[in-house]
Design a protein around this ligand. Structure first.
Ligand code: 5GP
Length: 191
């Protein structure tokens, strides 16, 4: 998606070797007009997949998922990072290691909001090692829902998550794929 790549070139900043900061337009301050374009692009890429629910993870995925859902005319469910245990069995639970914080979180989704009748599109801001997507796919599998695929705004293609999850047979669409990046030279895209 050319508009997104231009914006990353213009406003993205690279920290160390593997963190791309896009907080001036994507995940802290949000450019809503850009998100609308992103939502429409996800809709084009998953148009024939029969999506009836969007699943994301708090916090950065929520805004992107909500605007994308306007194009699909479907609800959004977000997996919550939880402190409380699943005593009553009313939630699906999985564990996700956060790429940016290095912590492991329990994440939950209520069984009320995901089940065998759903055909789920997973949406997130970044794909790096794939832990967040693995966790969300696990929740979909536990629920008996169908997985239509996963859409990520930015894939860091030099990290292993994208190849590994595509090899599992999941349709993964990334709107910008970063081939390499450094503080000195900035970002280079894969395609
Ligand atoms: P993964 O689980 O694929 O390793 O990492 C994906 C998650 O980590 C995303 O939900 C995103 O919030 C965060 N993340 C991974 N890499 C980056 C990055 O380069 N920049 C930012 N801002 N977040 C990232």
């Amino acid at each position: 998606m050319e508009l997104l790549k231009q914006r990353i070139r213009q406003d993205g900043t690279v920290k160390g070797n593997d963190v791309l900061k896009v907080d001036s337009f994507l995940n802290h301050q949000i450019d809503v007009a850009l998100l609308e374009e992103i939502g429409r692009e996800f809709q084009r890429r998953f148009a024939d997949c029969g999506v009836n629910k969007i699943l994301t993870i708090e916090a950065s995925g929520i805004g992107i998922a909500c605007i994308t859902a306007q194009s699909f005319h479907c609800p959004v469910v977000f997996a919550k990072k939880s402190q409380t245990k699943n005593i009553a069995g009313e939630v699906y639970t999985t564990r996700v290691e956060s790429f940016t914080h290095g912590k492991v979180y329990d994440v939950i989704v209520s069984k009320k909001f995901l089940g065998p009748g759903d055909n789920v599109l997973i949406i997130d801001d970044f794909l790096a090692n794939g832990a967040a997507l693995d966790g969300l796919i696990d929740l979909v599998e536990q629920s008996g829902a169908k997985l239509a695929g996963a859409g990520v705004v930015i894939e860091k293609a030099f990290q292993p998550g994208g190849d590994r999850i595509r090899a599992r047979g999941v349709k993964v669409e990334a709107l910008a794929r970063v081939k390499s990046m450094s503080e000195e030279t900035g970002v280079e895209f894969a395609d």
